[in-house]
Design a protein around this ligand. Structure first.
Ligand SMILES: Nc1ncnc2c1ncn2[C@@H]1O[C@H](COP(=O)(O)OP(=O)(O)OP(=O)(O)O)[C@@H](O)[C@H]1O
Ligand SMILES: [Mg+2]
Length: 338
């Protein structure tokens, strides 16, 4: 840190060895730490001005598609020409870089600040994975160390001006979202991801209550892995029957060209919209169950990039539109208060 007073002192030459040099070293380290903390605080308050919207993506249950949705929202917004940042705060399973093919990204550090990696559509990406030496080694950072790392992580990244920052979290209402909401001022709200199965829904209620507890608005709930659509061809205008979940046949008809499609509810359908109503939070839309999402995640090419006009990309566009409506409502509310 060239501009730190401590380094400045060093630039003039090390002080002569004193008998109590251990103590002075300790003092020096403390001063340096305090100085860095102050700088970090200043940068975080500047972030509030430089980043228009900050959105946290949460889920109660693991594996419901939080990282897929966070990445998709970010890419979809970036595709509209917005300046977008994506922050992956999952220390134990940071998989955003893999989803974007950025595992080997080289990060620049200048003036003590980390410069994010450049992703598709001009997306700026930062992930705990970039800071880990061995991606296969589990990270076991407990309590204060983990939270300290997150605070550093927030304050040490040079995002520059952004229209939106999307933050991906580990599952659950653990310390991470709490720490971020306390450290980063001006969070616009939370997007909650769930699958339509009962257990995931129950857990998403916890996320909604958690957001209320920390006084962060719920921008809405996304239903992920909704129906899976089978498509085929047959004799024009003929009856089609497919064995659905639980052995219940699902009937349909082919059109004049013989094309047909049937949507299977992999989990259940409609549950998320209903429970959003019950919990009085907006329903942002559903994403289909799309095997291309799994392939894309493994190949490092997100579905939105691989098939920008496809069903999944269009579903993301519609969800992003709803999120933007909520953000607009939020700013109107703020304006009214002022
Ligand atoms: N709509 C979808 N259709 C099919 N597969 C999906 C869909 N959404 C996510 N997946 C797949 O489900 C798996 C879990 O997704 P993802 O990593 O996004 O979940 P997560 O909630 O972030 O998980 P974790 O709780 O571990 O952070 C991945 O293999 C992903 O490709
Ligand atoms: Mg994840």
């Amino acid at each position: 840190m060239a501009d730190s007073p401590v380094s400045h002192h060093r630039a003039g030459g090390d002080p002569p060895e004193a008998p109590n040099s251990d103590a002075s070293n300790e003092q020096r380290a403390q001063m340096e730490q305090a100085y860095q903390q102050m700088q970090r605080k200043m940068r975080i308050s500047k972030m509030d001005e430089q980043i228009k919207h900050k959105i946290m993506v949460l889920s109660g249950k693991g594996g419901v598609g939080k990282s897929t949705v966070a990445t998709g929202l970010a890419l979809s917004l970036a595709r509209q020409g917005k300046k977008v940042g994506l922050m992956d705060i999952d220390i134990t399973g940071p998989n955003v870089p893999k989803m974007l093919g950025l595992e080997d990204a080289d990060l620049n550090v200048e003036d003590g600040q980390i410069h994010p990696a450049d992703g598709p559509n001009g997306l700026k990406v930062i992930s705990m994975a970039f800071l880990l030496e061995d991606p296969d080694k589990p990270v076991i950072w407990r309590g204060p160390i983990k939270l300290g790392a997150i605070q550093q992580f927030i304050g040490d990244v040079a995002w520059g001006e952004l229209d939106a920052l999307i933050i991906d979290f580990p599952p659950g209402t653990s310390d991470e979202p709490l720490t971020v909401s306390q450290s980063l001022p001006g969070i616009d709200g939370v997007v909650i991801v769930t699958t339509p199965q009962e257990v995931a829904l129950l857990d998403s209620r916890k996320s909604i209550n958690f957001a209320k507890t920390i006084s962060v608005p719920v921008l809405g709930v996304v239903e992920n892995m909704s129906g899976y659509t089978l498509r085929g061809t047959s004799t024009p205008n003929s009856n089609i029957s497919v064995m659905g979940p639980g052995g219940v046949p699902i009937e349909s008809e082919s059109d004049e060209e013989g094309k047909w499609e049937i949507t299977l509810d992999v989990f259940k359908s409609g549950g998320v919209e209903e429970s959003s109503k019950e919990m009085e939070v907006p329903f942002l839309g559903a994403l289909p169950f799309d095997p291309g999402i799994v392939r894309g995640g493994d190949d490092g090419v997100h579905r939105i990039i691989a098939d920008p006009e496809g069903e999944t990309a269009r579903a993301f566009e519609s969800i992003v539109k709803k999120v933007q409506e909520q953000l607009d409502k939020g700013s109107q509310r703020t304006l009214r208060i002022i």
